[in-house]
Design a protein around this ligand. Structure first.
Ligand code: SF4
Ligand code: SF4
Length: 466
């Protein structure tokens, strides 16, 4: 079978006639493959376990969108806390900038869920059922006999099951495991929305990992394109030492570099590129080519590292620099985002309160008093029912608070909206004044304060009235 040779001018996954060239990367063993596999298992373990591990009575990660409660490692955020997401997302974005400036596309090769599941789950199953890259290519070209039908059907049946498991786990992050289990054990007619979501999510995951594969990195993911803006000649990338490798030629002949032009680095590449053509947008930093080339170098008793983690400067024989201005800038922005998020998370309380004036008239005047009505919304973020007490204070004013006589009882993870009335005697009313509402939790620990204003008519006009 004719080996696939990447071109310098056309994408590696498109044939001359424009059809898809389906890549079957060869299997590879080595130092980085081993560590990537262990890291991938760790990441998959974390993904599977997070919805099961309870912290403070909630799953470690539970994004309860329906009730607008977001539980992250023991902290509970409600919709009013979502402003913190700005710091979280910007901190995360700058972390990616920082890591990319330092280590190129290490995220893609080691931690991206697409790579982790494709390389360490789906591709392994495919190899197990259909054989190595040569056997898979032969099977693709073979007629649909019973052997091909059995292998392809078995592989795809397993792919569908795994895709469904990934989709179910994904949904568990949003509905919790008990709710997911309830849905799984009841008729789809009782939860059509979730059933359709699960069906579509499974289909998309299956399509992506069974067929679309590296096209996601090459066509859809914007990160590869961002790479050229984020890295410089001192970023650590995976590169080929042309000074040592060129000119390429047979191992046994004199006058050639260390590259014997065996194409092993190309055969193991999941995006089908030739790293010897330099850093390319298609390189997902998987390090397969390093292990492949190191194996060849071992066999030839030549030093490893013809393809290696190094900076462009290092590969060109220049001085390597880790500390440089962009590292400081991205690092400072990352730390600023992380610090702002940490500080705001430390301010989180186990309850939330907001106060708005009742719709309609801003105040009521009776024969004896002036009244203001407010709506108090209390959100209980804990897992037990709690009775909160509400106080109102306004310096130098004498008034009466109604609506808090027996406290505000709020169910676990629930919210309570309660009207409260502040009344002041007509003769005591001297004009509008600020008023502070204080909510105290049953343990007296969390104290929330909100400002409001007591409104009324012009006191001179009020007192002039009979
Ligand atoms: S695996 Fe190493 S020796 Fe073989 S072609 Fe690639 S760079 Fe050259
Ligand atoms: S060039 Fe090497 S590191 Fe880049 S995607 Fe291909 S095999 Fe992985």
């Amino acid at each position: 079978m004719k080996p696939h040779r990447p071109s310098k001018v056309t994408p590696t996954t498109i044939n001359q006639d424009g059809s898809r060239f389906f890549i079957h990367p060869a299997d590879v063993q080595g130092f980085f493959t081993r560590w990537r596999r262990m890291f991938a298992l760790l990441l998959i373990g974390i993904y599977v376990l997070l919805p099961w591990i309870p912290i403070n009575g909630n799953p470690a990660v539970f994004l309860d969108v329906i009730n607008r409660r977001f539980h992250l490692f023991g902290l509970t955020f409600v919709a009013q806390d979502l402003w913190m997401a700005f710091f979280f997302i910007t901190g995360l974005g700058f972390s990616l900038f920082f890591v990319t400036a330092l280590f190129g596309r290490i995220w893609c090769g080691w931690a991206c869920p697409h790579t982790v599941f494709l390389e360490h789950v789906y591709r392994r199953i495919e190899r197990w059922i259909e054989g190595d890259a040569t056997a898979r290519r032969k099977l693709d070209a073979a007629p649909w006999d019973s052997e091909k039908i059995t292998k392809v059907a078995l592989k795809n049946a397993i792919f569908v099951c795994i895709s469904a498991a990934i989709a179910h786990l994904f949904l568990a992050y949003f509905v919790s495991i008990p709710e997911l289990y309830r849905w799984m054990t009841t008729s789809p007619t009782e939860h059509w929305g979730a059933f359709v979501f699960m069906f579509v999510a499974t289909a998309i995951i299956y399509f992506n990992f069974a067929w679309f594969r590296e096209q996601l990195c090459l066509i859809i993911c914007p990160y590869g394109r961002l790479q050229s803006a984020l890295i410089d000649d001192d970023s650590i990338i995976i590169g080929y030492d042309a000074g040592r490798g060129e000119p390429r030629g047979p191992a046994k002949k004199e006058g050639f570099g260390d590259c014997i032009n065996c194409y092993r680095c190309v055969q193991v590449c999941p995006t089908g590129i030739d790293i010897r053509q330099g850093l390319q947008m298609e390189c997902v930093g998987c390090a397969n080519c390093i292990d492949a080339c190191d194996t060849i170098m071992n066999k030839l008793s030549r030093p490893r590292g013809l393809i290696r983690y190094d900076s462009q400067a290092g590969l060109n024989g220049q001085r390597r620099r880790i500390i440089r201005p962009r590292i400081f800038i991205y690092g400072a922005l990352m730390l600023a985002g992380a610090a702002a998020f940490t500080l705001s998370a430390l301010q989180l309380r186990s309850a939330n309160m907001n106060i708005v004036r009742m719709t309609g008239a801003p105040y009521y005047v009776t024969d004896t008093s002036v009244r203001n009505q407010y709506m108090v919304r209390v959100i209980n973020k804990s897992n037990k029912e709690r009775t909160f007490s509400l106080m109102a204070t306004a310096e130098g004013q004498s008034y009466r608070l109604e609506g808090n006589e027996s406290g505000i009882i709020v169910a676990a993870m629930g919210e309570e909206v309660r009207p409260v009335i502040i009344t002041i005697a007509r003769e005591d009313y001297l004009g509008r004044f600020p008023i502070e509402f204080t909510l105290i939790d049953p343990e007296g620990k969390d104290i929330l304060r909100r400002e409001a204003e007591f409104l009324g008519p012009n006191p001179q006009l009020l007192n002039a009235q009979p």
